[in-house]
Design a protein around this ligand. Structure first.
Ligand SMILES: [Zn+2]
Length: 312
């Protein structure tokens, strides 16, 4: 199956549903209410039922593939959800709600909600530590210009800071911080980096204290003195990541408010963690994203308790 716009899952509701079912239920339908599988679940066929409806004989509830997912109770056709998912995961710098609104012929309000729900699907639940014995982990932070266009790098009191940790040639994990200071940096590193890693940072004040983070080795490059690479010591992996992130935040997502920054961070982290160099293509990336719709709901009627980054 191809991952381009010719794919029938972007126009045919049945094909879209079957594609999604195969991603969400790789081993056959699972009742989202009680977890029953196999013979306990029966497809309800025939004209009396809407397509894709299943009956659970254990808890007697009925369900479809979208129950208890970010697609639940949406009036948007599944084929359009999948098209939006492909656009979002295949575009290196992201895709705006305005673009999705125009490309898919849905209202801007709908596309805005859709995109935030899709970002929730991209959010990683991974809680394992990055790095390991002898492995390199880079740590760095960047500051995002806020909605009013004012630069926010004004000491410790700014609001829009993103801190990232990346295992060299491996995954990335970024968190939004209310403030960047030694305590916060220490907390994030201790929680997310394996103690036997080689930690690499720049010489910013919050990285200065020796062995503060309980990491085996902490090596620094001093950007202020023009030092960017010293042997294999550098934070260039994160510099490259931030360059894409900032181009996306500035060029595509022009009006990001602080309230939603963590969602955009999840989106950019997801694409980085499914990048071509790790063996992913556009279709595999979308498949992985579709697996992430489970157990996450984002209705905006209730305060989004689910929206906290697990790494933060
Ligand atoms: Zn059940």
């Amino acid at each position: 199956m191809t991952a381009n716009l010719q794919n029938p899952i972007f126009t045919d509701e049945t094909k879209a549903r079957e594609w999604l079912e195969a991603r969400v239920w790789p081993n056959g339908p699972v009742c989202p209410h009680c977890g029953a599988t196999g013979d306990d679940v029966t497809a309800l066929n025939g004209k009396a039922h809407r397509p894709g409806l299943y009956q659970c004989s254990q808890c007697r509830e009925q369900f479809t593939v979208t129950v208890k997912t970010v697609f639940e109770r949406s009036k948007i056709p599944l084929s359009k959800w999948l098209a939006a998912l492909f656009l979002l995961t295949a575009s290196k710098k992201g895709v705006s709600a305005h673009q999705v609104h125009r490309s898919l012929g849905i209202s801007y309000k709908s596309s805005w909600f859709m995109m935030h729900r899709l970002r929730e699907a991209l959010r990683s639940d991974s809680k394992g530590q990055l790095g390991g014995p002898g492995k390199i982990v880079e740590a760095d932070e960047t500051f995002i210009v806020n909605k009013k266009g004012a630069p926010v790098r004004t000491g410790y009191a700014h609001k829009m800071a993103v801190m990232s940790l990346v295992e060299r040639d491996g995954p990335i994990r970024s968190v939004v911080l209310d403030r960047v200071n030694r305590m916060e940096v220490n907390r994030v590193i201790r929680r997310n980096v394996h103690a036997e890693s080689r930690l690499m940072t720049d010489a910013a004040a919050y990285y200065k204290a020796r062995n503060r983070f309980g990491i085996a080795e902490h090596e620094k490059v001093n950007h202020d003195q023009g030092e960017y690479v010293h042997g294999d010591v550098h934070v260039n992996t994160l510099e490259g990541y931030y360059s894409i992130f900032k181009r996306g935040m500035k060029g595509v997502y022009q009006h990001c408010s602080e309230q939603h920054l963590h969602r955009y961070v999840s989106e950019f982290d997801f694409r980085y963690n499914t990048r071509t160099r790790l063996g992913f293509n556009d279709l595999m990336r979308a498949e992985k994203a579709a697996e992430g719709i489970k157990g996450k709901r984002l209705t905006y009627r209730r305060p989004a308790k689910l929206a906290q980054s697990p790494a933060n």
